[in-house]
Design a protein around this ligand. Structure first.
Ligand code: ADP
Ligand code: ZN
Length: 615
């Protein structure tokens, strides 16, 4: 294309097409998935709606067209922290980018306005409420605009979970500037939300690009919760001792408790929840982003807009409510494409408490049913013996292969056993005690434990008393959990967690239905617990040490420049340096993630360090 202009030409290179921009500026040698198709589509001047999972590479889909096409790309983004991050990263790569939002004072805004008027910007990030002001609309009509990009586009929809009223006004852009291509991007859009994006932004002629939602580099794992603290600690120590990660807990108290306990155990852990002082929250978030190896213990208040690419694990200590929510939260791991882990600890009390909470909530009956169904899908995921990834992706309407080789069920296939007789024993214990007791008491009956309470009720006289001695307490717990999760027993909310029979249980009691249960988990030895796929592949110790040294140097440079380390280089880039040990600038230039500007700035520094390691 003859008309292509690259305004960052002052840096000595003038890329002409999207491939060159990808290599010269971003340092990547090839596009991922649908990126190339989307970028070409937008460069050609057409509108697009893009659905891509977190970490899929949405940013380049609008950044490259904005750079390649003449004029400034206007990016609407709802999160101030994210804008700042993106702009810092772009500048570091030599792109003229800026943002306009409420964090700037009048003078700073004026300077940016001037740059904009003079065509000095490749990209301008703007908060949605700014875009709609008369001042900004006026400004837009006086400048050359290369593209409009609307990030987090699900915010236009009232169906979505983050409706932002200002987003509903953005249709004006397509109306006023029909000649400027508009690209709307999101990671979360179900059918109704997707249609809303088209309708509300007046994008009827836009093309829809949908990427698969798979995140192949994340290892999915569900573990029975028996001693959550020590399970968590050994998980971190054995698999992620050098890594940053996020641990999600249900309540503020639990966040504090776990963060404190981890800190005492030598992990660099910080708490984050809505109850903390805003300053503390901000400080902890900044440390998470700017430092290495920080573990954030948080409620789900944390995570939106956190773009840290090297979060190596996301662990859930309490069960989430929906599979959608769970998948989105785990998607914050491994945006850089390196192996990462999503671990969920899950136990009987999670099931009972969550079901009770939904049933006794303020929701109307229809909503309760929907919530319970959604939770049921998550339970299905937890209890299944099938590939975890295939369950999630099927849930999202995809057609995945039946095995992924990167989830616990694929790596160590669980054994299932015929649990019909055990289930009948459990259910008849419920029946004979008139459906008025909770799991603990029922297990006492089954295992024949003569407690004072059992004596009071004369339940030692029951036929079921002591019929289940072949299993211990923990094993019965697992059986009850699976019966409840499978819908064979109902939790009675008014009865404080007492269990009730239902239609499904009657079918089993009458022998009309068989039930298959998951093998009862024995405590795995540390070796077993270490799936290789979640480990970084170092050829030898030197390589590992070199990687750590490169990370340290990067951190020092980041501190000097006052930017997050990943803005200088991603882990994947450092890993490749440690692996291929370049000895010249031209070799360095071939490492993915080393663009022209970064080569000039940091190439020699890192080459020297590699040389010290005797490459
Ligand atoms: P999203 O916005 O979809 O969550 P990003 O745009 O932040 O994802 O990209 C995720 C990560 O993938 C970033 O670290 C980015 O540098 C990297 N990335 C994107 N496209 C490519 C590519 N073509 N080659 C290599 N890395 C890429
Ligand atoms: Zn699998």
């Amino acid at each position: 294309m003859e008309t292509n202009v690259f305004t960052a030409a002052s840096h000595g290179f003038v890329p002409k097409n999207s491939k060159q921009v990808l290599k010269e500026i971003f340092g990547f040698s090839g596009f991922r998935g649908l990126q190339e198709a989307i970028i070409n589509h937008v460069i050609a001047g057409r509108n697009a709606v893009v659905l891509m999972p977190t970490g899929g590479g949405k940013s380049l889909c609008y950044q490259i067209p904005a750079i390649v096409r003449p004029g400034t790309g206007i990016v609407v983004s709802p999160l101030i922290a994210l804008m700042k991050d993106q702009v810092e990263a772009l500048r570091e790569s030599g792109v003229n980018a800026a943002f306009l939002n409420s964090s700037l004072d009048y003078k700073e805004s004026r300077l940016i306005e001037e740059d904009l008027r003079n065509g000095r910007l490749d990209l301008l990030y703007v908060a949605p409420e700014r875009v709609m002001t008369e001042w900004f609309q006026d400004l837009l009509s006086q400048i050359d605009i290369s593209i409009f990009a609307i990030d987090e586009a699900h915010c236009v929809s009232q169906w979505g979970h983050n409706f932002r009223p200002e987003y509903a006004e953005l249709y004006v852009l397509a109306k006023r500037f029909p000649e400027v291509p508009l690209i709307a991007l999101t990671a979360t859009a179900d059918g109704p939300t997707r249609n809303d994006i088209f309708d509300r932004l007046s994008l009827r002629n836009a093309e829809l690009f949908i990427s698969g939602f798979d995140r192949p580099n994340i290892t999915y794992r569900v573990q029975e919760k028996n001693d959550p603290k020590s399970q968590l600690l050994s998980f971190i120590q054995q698999e992620h001792s050098h890594d940053a990660g996020i641990i999600y807990c249900q309540t503020r108290n639990r966040v504090e408790e776990i963060a404190e306990w981890l800190a005492k155990s030598g992990v660099k852990a910080l708490p984050y929840h809505a109850g903390l002082d805003a300053k503390v929250r901000e400080r902890n978030q900044t440390r998470f982003i700017r430092e290495e190896k920080i573990v954030m213990v948080a409620t789900i208040a944390f995570g939106m807009g956190i773009d840290k690419p090297n979060v190596r694990f996301v662990a859930h200590l309490d069960i989430p409510r929906t599979l959608e929510g769970y998948y989105q939260e785990t998607g914050r791991a491994g945006r850089d494409g390196l192996p990462s882990t999503a671990m969920l600890l899950y136990g009987l009390s999670d099931v009972i408490e969550t079901q009770s909470r939904i049933k006794s909530s303020e929701l109307d009956d229809r909503q309760k049913r929907i919530e319970l169904q959604k939770f049921q899908a998550l339970l299905g995921y937890c209890e299944s013996v099938l590939c975890r990834r295939s369950i999630v992706l099927s849930y999202f309407g995809e057609n995945p292969p039946s095995s992924c080789n990167n989830c616990d069920n694929c790596i160590t296939p669980p054994i299932s056993w015929n649990g019909t007789v055990a289930a009948q024993k459990a259910l008849s214990a419920v029946y004979r005690t008139s459906e008025t007791f909770g799991v603990g008491y029922l297990i006492d009956i089954l295992t024949g434990k003569l407690t004072p309470r059992v004596k009071d009720w004369h339940h030692d006289q029951l036929k079921t008393f002591g019929v289940g001695k072949e299993f211990n307490k923990a094993e019965w717990h697992a059986i009850f959990r699976q019966l409840i999760a499978g819908g064979y027993l109902s939790v009675d909310v008014e009865g404080h967690g007492s269990l009730k029979l239902n239609k499904e249980s009657m079918a089993i009691l009458k022998g009309e239905k068989e039930i298959s249960l998951r093998r009862i988990e024995k405590k795995a030895s540390p070796k077993e617990r270490k799936p290789e796929s979640s480990q970084k592949a170092f050829a030898d110790e030197v390589e590992e040490e070199l990687f750590e040294a490169l990370r340290e140097r990067r951190l020092a440079l980041a501190r000097e420049a006052n930017v997050p380390p990943y803005i200088i280089f991603h882990d994947s880039t450092l890993l490749e340096m440690a692996h291929s040990k370049p000895t010249s600038l031209s070799q360095m230039n071939r490492i993915p993630g080393v663009g022209a500007r970064k080569l000039e700035r940091y190439g020699q520094i890192f080459l020297d360090l590699i040389a010290e390691f005797g490459a």
